[in-house]
Design a binder for this molecule. Structure first.
Ligand code: IFM
Length: 455
C-alpha cells in the first residue's frame, strides 16, 4: 500500500558532485581545482585521501546511469567541473570537457531521467584561486563566462540549473573555518567571498537567461533549523545570531535584495562590507524559477562568551551520527515551511539530505543500512507534511547515489545508496537503494517499509 503519495510529476532523484566521484583529474584537458590542491596538502583531509580516482565515474558513467535506472528515479542531480570546461586563465573553452557532460545529459534524457545540473559544487579552478579566488570580485565575472560557455552547449536540453551548491560551505567553511578548500581561517575574507559567490550566482542567472536557456534556474543553499536551547533571552538571541550566519546571510540577499538588518552589527569587528558596490544586491536578487535546499542539521543553541562576536554555541546532540550531528526530520519541515512562508513562493526542491554511516558488506554480500532507510523514511514524511502545509515542493534527492570522496572526511564516511568498493570500483546496492526504488516507483512511501528493505 502506498501512503504519503506525492504530487504527480514529483521528481525523485539522487545527487552527486563532480570532484567527489569523477576522478580522471588530469584527463581530456582538465586542470587542478582548489580541491586538488587542498586534498594534496598534508593534514587537510583525513588519511590524506584525495579525489584523483574517486569512484572513477568519468570512465564508468554509463554503468552508473544503469544504477539510476535500477533506482527507478526520474531525476538526477550532478555537477559540472569548471576546470574541465575552462581549464586555463584567459577563458578558452575546452570542448572535450563539455563533451563529457553533453554525453551525460543526452544519455539521461534518453532514459527519461531529468538532469538537474549544478554549475558550481566547490571546484574553483586553481588558476583563479591564484588570483584571489572568491575574495576577488573578478571571479564572479569569470563564473559568468564559464556558465555562458556551458549554456551555449546545453541550453536547449537541461530542464533545471542550479548556479551554486551551498555557498555557506564555500564561504565560511572554506575561508573562515579552514576545513574546506582553499583552507583559509579569516572571517573577513569569508564574508567578502560570500558576497562574491552571491554576485556570481546573480551574474550566472543573467548570463543563463541572456543565453536563452529553456530550463528553470535556481540555487541550492544548505539551510539549518537553529532554535534556542531555553527561553532565556540570551539563548534566544544566540539562536537568532546562528540563524543569521547559517541561513539569513543567504536568504535575505537572494530573496529580499539586502543583507539582514543585524549583519552589519554582527560582523562589525571583522568587516564593514566595503566590498558591496551599487547594484550588487539587485544583481544577486534575480527572480528565480525554483530554489534548492540541502538539509542536514537542526541545532539547539546557547549563548556563548567565546568568539569574535556576541557568540553562539551549538549544543552537542545527545544522539549524534558519526559526523557529530543528530537526526532531526522535523527540522526539514521547519526549513521548508519557513522558506515558503517568509521568503519565496517559487517551487522548492530538496536537492540533498542524507546520513553518513560506517557501512560494510556482510558475508552474504549485503549492505544492511537500516539506519539510512529510517533516515530517508522520516525525512520523506517530513517533506510530505510540508506539502500538506502548502509548501510547493517539487523534488527530493537523497545524498548520494554512491559512496564518494566526502571532502575533508575523505572516503571514511559513506553517504551512498550504493556501496563503493574502492579497490575494485564495484558498486553494491545497499538496502536503502532497494527501499528507495520502491518509494520512487510508487511516488510515495510503501507500507510496511521499515525493516522490509530487501527486494
Ligand atoms: O558531500 C556533501 C555534499 O558535497 C554537499 N552537501 C553535504 C554532503 C554530505 O557531507
Amino acid at each position: 500500500m502506498t501512503t504519503n503519495r506525492f504530487p504527480d510529476g514529483f521528481l525523485w532523484g539522487t545527487a552527486t558532485a563532480a570532484y567527489q566521484i569523477e576522478g580522471a583529474v588530469d584527463e581530456d584537458g582538465r586542470t587542478p581545482s582548489i580541491w586538488d590542491t587542498f586534498s594534496h596538502t598534508p593534514g587537510a583531509v583525513l588519511r590524506s585521501d584525495n579525489g584523483d580516482v574517486a569512484c572513477d565515474h568519468y570512465h564508468r558513467w554509463r554503468d552508473d546511469l544503469d544504477l539510476l535506472d535500477d533506482l527507478g528515479v526520474n531525476a538526477y542531480r550532478f555537477s559540472i567541473a569548471w576546470p574541465r570546461v575552462i581549464p586555463e586563465a584567459g577563458g578558452n573553452v575546452n570542448p572535450k570537457g563539455l563533451d563529457f557532460y553533453e554525453g551525460l545529459v543526452d544519455e539521461l534524457l534518453s532514459r527519461d531521467i531529468t538532469p538537474v545540473v549544478t554549475l558550481y559544487h566547490w571546484d574553483l579552478p586553481q588558476y583563479l584561486q591564484d588570483l584571489g579566488g572568491w575574495a576577488n570580485r573578478d571571479t564572479a565575472d569569470r563564473f559568468g563566462d564559464y556558465v555562458a560557455a556551458v549554456a551555449e552547449r546545453l541550453a536547449d536540453r537541461v530542464p533545471y540549473w542550479l548556479t551554486l551548491n551551498e555557498p555557506y560551505c564555500s564561504s565560511f567553511v572554506g575561508h573562515a573555518q579552514g576545513l574546506h578548500a582553499p583552507g583559509l581561517r579569516d572571517e573577513a575574507v569569508a564574508v567578502r567571498a560570500l558576497h562574491h559567490l552571491l554576485l556570481a550566482h546573480g551574474t550566472a542567472v543573467q548570463r543563463l537567461r541572456d543565453q536563452g536557456v529553456g530550463g528553470k534556474v535556481g540555487i541550492t543553499c544548505n539551510l539549518t533549523a537553529p532554535y534556542p536551547a531555553s527561553d532565556a533571552d540570551d539563548d534566544v538571541a544566540a539562536a537568532h545570531r546562528l540563524d543569521l550566519v547559517e541561513n539569513r546571510m543567504f536568504l535575505d540577499p537572494l530573496f529580499r535584495g539586502s543583507y539582514p538588518p543585524d549583519a552589519a552589527e554582527y560582523f562589525r569587528t571583522v568587516t564593514d562590507f566595503d566590498f558591496v558596490q551599487a547594484g550588487d544586491l539587485a544583481t544577486i536578487a534575480q527572480p528565480l524559477d525554483f530554489f534548492g535546499i540541502n538539509y542536514y542539521e537542526q541545532h539547539a543553541v546557547q549563548a556563548s562568551a567565546e568568539g569574535a562576536h556576541p557568540g553562539w554555541h551549538r549544543v552537542p546532540d545527545p544522539d549524534p551520527t558519526i559526523v557529530g550531528i543528530g537526526v532531526h526530520p522535523e527540522g526539514l519541515h521547519t526549513v521548508l515551511t519557513r522558506v515558503a512562508r517568509d521568503y519565496t513562493s517559487v517551487p522548492l526542491m530538496v536537492t540533498e539530505t542524507g546520513i553518513a554511516l560506517h557501512d560494510y558488506v556482510d558475508p552474504d554480500g549485503r549492505v544492511n543500512d537500516a539506519e539510512r532507510v529510517s533516515f530517508y523514511e522520516s525525512h520523506i514524511r517530513a517533506a510530505h507534511r510540508a506539502i500538506d502545509d502548502g509548501v510547493p515542493l517539487i523534488g527530493f534527492f537523497p545524498w548520494s547515489l554512491m559512496d564518494d570522496f566526502e571532502w575533508s572526511w575523505g572516503y571514511g564516511y559513506r553517504y551512498g545508496m550504493h556501496y563503493v568498493d574502492y579497490a575494485t570500483q564495484a558498486r553494491i546496492p545497499k538496502d536503502s537503494a532497494h527501499w528507495f526504488a520502491k518509494v520512487a516507483r510508487a511516488n510515495g512511501l510503501v507500507e510496511p517499509s521499515l525493516g522490509g528493505a530487501r527486494p
